[in-house]
Write a protein that binds this ligand. Structure first.
Ligand code: AHR
Length: 501
């Protein structure tokens, strides 16, 4: 045992023959808003850019995102969605109007990325589109014409307009959001008012030409269970999902969230405590939904989550640019573990946001790009998409700091279509190594196929353009197998994934 990194002991029992529920791949969704350089510069540069691109999309970003097997992408917002008029973003780009992005830095919005560009992006990534429609400042008529434009294959003014703009065949689109944060930037509505408005908009969200919309209502953030209650009571039967937003603020405070880099263990520990609150929020929103929908027909869509810090010093106001550290990686792995556990009701989730904004997968600056620690977690966790969550019993040591204490270990075990068990373990302790004694029952464990480990030498370690692989996965072999018992050793601040047969 090294003096610097004392080792704690933990145990995990995995019941490989006890299925809990399916982990819907849509829990691995992304969110890309018209915000800062999240789309313009980060994903879309246009065909004439000197940055290598495919049809106007950055080639480096596209290639990296394809690797993540993204199931769905939510667009165009966020707060931006409730000011967006889709008609501004179709037709010849040179004729599209310039607007102001009033939510995000009063930025110039030239609408060069619109409906066709978004739908093509989803095709290139193999992801399903999730469009968030404008309820705050829009009309039901405008929204219903957008759906007709996208999905109707017959003769109509909107379908013909789509054809005139170069797209003959209608698209298929499933996920359709009706409002975003309608209690805040999406219109400052009361739950009763929104619930009625939702019913009206949902009525005009029509299914054309065999397309079947999956309608997602705007839910609340954090702990406002009354919104969930009222909206479920009044309009639950008209929706397929209700959303929930929860951001991990390192300090827990909106007015001073804490820096995204150059922080110490105290701030790191507090971030872990804040991230773990997701479990309680999801559990309690689910409880309220159970009252109106005990069969769990309506999903909970955690369609915005992630770490939200103070902006990087010197970055543009309203651009929500932050760094991404080992802390972010651990918040991501812990949150995904929580969402897996609640996947009986949580069937969609979207991390905020894909590129350059909040807890991003990728950071870019002009032609440079780097994969963040969070990207690597999404990559390592891919085997859990659409897998079956297995029942586990985890006995974790504690990670204590000041008056607080949290479990050191977070875990997911799932079985994929081939019968292999994938185990993900996170050691969130900043200074202690962990030994985990893993007992696998209900399966004849023959071998560990492969292992990967993500770790770092500091809680605020980042990948920079100059040092892009400071936090990158490596082959993991620090385990031993005796019979059905596997003993795993993990360094502080680390995430391991093992595939077992
Ligand atoms: O993701 C940034 C913003 O956070 C979104 O636009 C909004 O929905 C939320 O408040």
């Amino acid at each position: 045992m090294s003096k610097k990194n004392p080792t704690s002991h933990n145990s995990i029992l995995i019941n490989a023959d006890q299925a809990v529920h399916k982990i819907d791949r849509h829990i691995y969704g992304q969110f890309s808003e018209h915000l800062g350089t999240g789309i313009y510069g980060g994903i879309w540069v246009g065909e004439d850019s000197k940055i290598p691109n495919k049809e106007g999309y950055r080639s480096d970003v596209l290639d990296a995102l394809i690797e993540l097997k993204i199931p769905n992408i939510r667009w165009p917002g966020g707060c931006f969605a409730d000011e967006y008029n889709w008609l501004d973003g179709v037709g010849p780009r040179s004729e599209r109007p310039v607007r102001i992005n009033t939510h995000w830095g009063m930025a110039r919005e030239d609408n060069s990325f619109g409906t066709h560009e978004f739908m093509r992006l989803t095709e290139l990534l193999g992801a399903e589109p999730y469009i968030s429609a404008n309820v705050g400042s829009g009309t039901a008529e405008n929204m219903s014409r957008w759906i007709e434009y996208l999905t109707f294959d017959g003769e109509s003014e909107m379908a013909d307009l789509r054809r005139k703009h170069g797209r003959e065949a209608p698209w298929k689109i499933k996920f359709w959001g009706i409002g975003n944060e309608s209690w805040g930037c999406g219109g400052n509505m009361r739950p009763e008012y929104y619930a009625d408005l939702y019913r009206r908009f949902a009525t005009y969200a029509k299914n054309y030409s065999g397309n079947l919309l999956y309608k997602i209502a705007s839910g609340f953030s954090d702990a406002n269970y009354d919104w969930t209650d009222t909206v479920m009571k009044i309009s639950g039967r008209f929706m397929d999902a209700l959303s929930l937003h929860y951001y991990t603020l390192p300090t827990g405070l909106w007015n001073e969230k804490g820096p995204s880099i150059d922080f110490g263990e105290k701030e790191y520990f507090q971030s872990m405590e804040e991230a773990l609150k997701m479990d309680e929020y999801v559990a309690r929103h689910k409880d309220r939904m159970d009252v109106y929908d005990p069969e769990k027909r309506v999903a909970l869509a955690v369609d915005e989550w992630g770490v939200w810090t103070d902006p990087l010093p010197g970055s543009k106001p309203g651009y929500l640019q932050q760094q991404n550290t080992m802390r972010d990686a651990l918040v991501a792995s812990m949150t995904l573990d929580i969402l897996h556990r609640h996947a009986d009701r949580v069937r969609i989730a979207n991390i905020a946001q894909t590129v350059n904004v909040l807890q991003a997968m990728i950071l870019t600056e002009e032609e440079k790009m780097v994969l963040t620690p969070t990207y690597h977690v999404f990559h390592m966790y891919r085997p859990h998409q659409d897998a079956t969550l297995l029942s586990i019993k985890l006995d974790s040591s504690d990670y204590s700091e000041g008056d607080g204490s949290v479990p050191s270990i977070s875990a997911t075990a799932s079985k994929d279509g081939s019968g292999a068990v994938n185990l993900s373990l996170s050691n969130i302790h900043a200074t202690e190594s962990q030994e985990i004694s893993c007992d696998l029952r209900g399966m004849d464990l023959k071998k560990v196929d492969s292992g990967r480990l993500l770790t770092a030498d500091a809680v605020d370690a980042i990948n920079s353009f100059d040092q892009p692989d400071r936090v990158a996965p490596v082959t993991f072999e620090d385990y031993s197998l005796k019979g059905s018992r596997l003993t795993i050793k993990m360094p502080p601040m680390s995430i391991a994934t093992l595939r077992m047969q």
